[in-house]
Write a protein that binds this ligand. Structure first.
Ligand SMILES: Nc1ncnc2c1ncn2[C@@H]1O[C@H](COP(=O)(O)OP(=O)(O)O)[C@@H](O)[C@H]1O
Ligand SMILES: CC(=O)N[C@@H](CCC(=O)OP(=O)(O)O)C(=O)O
Length: 302
């Protein structure tokens, strides 16, 4: 027996038995969730601070690996808005956002493509693979994973698209092989035009197409704020009011709107969790506590 184990067995560390018991209880609490979710598909939108800070990046990769290892089909759709802005800045290109979406001209779409499908995507693949799962980088262009169409606000936004259809056969194949697709949110239309797709919109379209069990947005806030309160749940009409009042603004607008589209299309659960909090993903999925904000349909919230 190692010295550490010897010490533990003699209970020479005050409070150690209590700590071990607590760890055991947390692990057991996960069991019903593991049984419930085995073989189910979770789409995880990876964005915000958890994409920038090294400790958080690593924790995210560990969390995703653990989900895959307990039999959940994990599909990651990543953002990278900050990285795109940094690359654009370094090339002297000016960035403008309208209601949380980037105005995208021909020069900007090149920056989006090389940044998202290049460095950002491959960094995530490398990190996840480093923890023992096999991640596959998928540009939305690969195998027509994301067939795009111009978004409704295209007149103002340029080459910004929405998901028209998803190659679910390809993604299902990857999941069946126990691989983790890591998807960059770009797509092309029938004429071959490439579109920049907001990652929340892409994650929503993919969750709907895959009939996912859950869509989870990992972001850089505790949840949806209303003043100094974090809302445990928010329904569609409340969200519409909060948008109207400017309380939900910027990047939270596409997130909220895509959340309700996802729910309306039949995906059971849509959550927003704080990627700045290490292991928030595991806590959300495997504990009774739940964290962050759940987007719910009108009926459920009443
Ligand atoms: N009511 C709100 N509650 C929480 N965050 C909000 C709200 N309104 C606006 N935001 C902003 O939305 C941001 C999250 O959206 P975004 O920057 O697109 O994140 P991500 O990169 O994770 O997609 C938050 O950092 C916050 O600044
Ligand atoms: C149309 C549009 O806005 N596309 C986004 C795509 C990346 C993204 O959504 O990144 P986050 O999740 O980190 O915000 C952009 O160009 O920034």
């Amino acid at each position: 027996m190692s010295n550490v184990m010897n010490d533990l067995c003699r209970d020479s560390h005050p409070g150690m038995k209590e700590r071990q018991l607590a760890i055991g209880q947390v692990l057991i609490e996960a069991l019903p969730y593991i049984r419930q979710f085995e073989g189910k598909t979770f789409v995880i939108k990876y964005g915000g601070a958890a994409m920038i800070d090294d400790v958080l990046k690593n924790a995210f990769a560990q969390n995703v690996t653990l989900l895959r290892k307990v039999g959940i089909n994990v599909v990651v759709v990543h953002g990278g808005g900050n990285a795109i802005t940094n690359t654009a800045d370094s090339m002297g290109l000016h960035t403008t956002f309208v209601h949380g979406k980037r105005v995208t001209d021909r020069k900007m779409i090149d920056v989006v493509q090389m940044t998202l499908a290049g460095k950002v995507n491959q960094d995530i693949v490398r990190l996840i693979s480093g923890h023992g799962a096999k991640a596959v980088g998928v540009s939305g262009l690969d195998a027509r994973t994301i067939q795009a169409e111009p978004c409704t606000e295209a007149a103002h936004l340029g080459l910004v698209g929405e998901v028209a259809s998803v190659n679910t056969e390809y993604l299902d194949l990857l999941c069946q092989a126990k691989l983790i697709p890591v998807i960059a949110p770009i797509g092309f239309d029938n004429e071959g035009n490439i579109y920049n797709i907001n990652a929340d919109d892409a994650a929503s379209g993919i969750a709907i197409a895959l009939k996912a069990e859950k869509l989870i947005y990992v972001s850089d806030v505790e949840g949806v704020h209303c003043g100094d309160r974090i809302l445990k749940s928010v329904c569609k009409s409340e969200a519409a009011d909060l948008i109207e009042q400017g309380i939900i603004s910027g990047g939270m607008i596409p997130k909220s709107l895509s959340a309700y589209r996802t729910l309306d299309a039949g995906v059971g659960k849509v959550h927003l969790i704080d990627g700045r909090f290490v292991h928030s993903l595991l806590l959300e999925i495997f504990t009774n506590a739940g964290v962050g904000t759940q987007f719910v349909s009108e009926k459920e919230s009443q």
